[in-house]
Design a protein around this ligand. Sequence first.
Ligand code: URA
Length: 188
Amino acid sequence: MKTLEELKTLCESCQKCPLGETRTKLVFGTGNAQADLLFVGEAPGEQEDLSGIPFVGRAGQLLDKFLYAVDIPRSQVYIANILKCRPPKNRDPLPEEEDACIGYLDEQISLIKPKMIVCLGRISAMRLIKPDFKISQEHGKWFTRNGYAITAVFHPAALLRDPRKKEDMLEDMKAIKQKLDELEGDKP
Ligand code: URA
């Protein structure tokens, strides 16, 4: 079994899809390698492509505010994306790009072994929960996939476009914090 660092090194030379040609930096993922809570977004944006770190742009700053509001330190979680490279002009990932990249996320999950996974937005939820996931109706609902508790919340970029969704986001994040506390309470 590889370590996360070894997996990252492998990813850095990935050319499995054409995004390997256009990326500035690979955005592998960041955070606590033993995190109980794993967030999975969609794909790097412009700021992430430049820095190599997920969720550092405007959407990421909003995510940080919600984490702060419910008292989940970013240092306690791990954050990754479905795609490790930025799609041109932030278009939605193509199915073949997801297929090429998803094995890396699967390996990250096996190495981190989180207690719960939170999909950020519909693209992540459609890949990790079910293909017909409806984010407006099913955000905040819990599912089990491969033995992991998994849910989805609105993507922070969607909250920037429609601030009315922020109330739902806060409720979902509070429930995530509560579940996290319960699961961590089970620790020996
Ligand atoms: N949006 C995402 O889905 N992921 C990032 O890393 C940044 C913005």
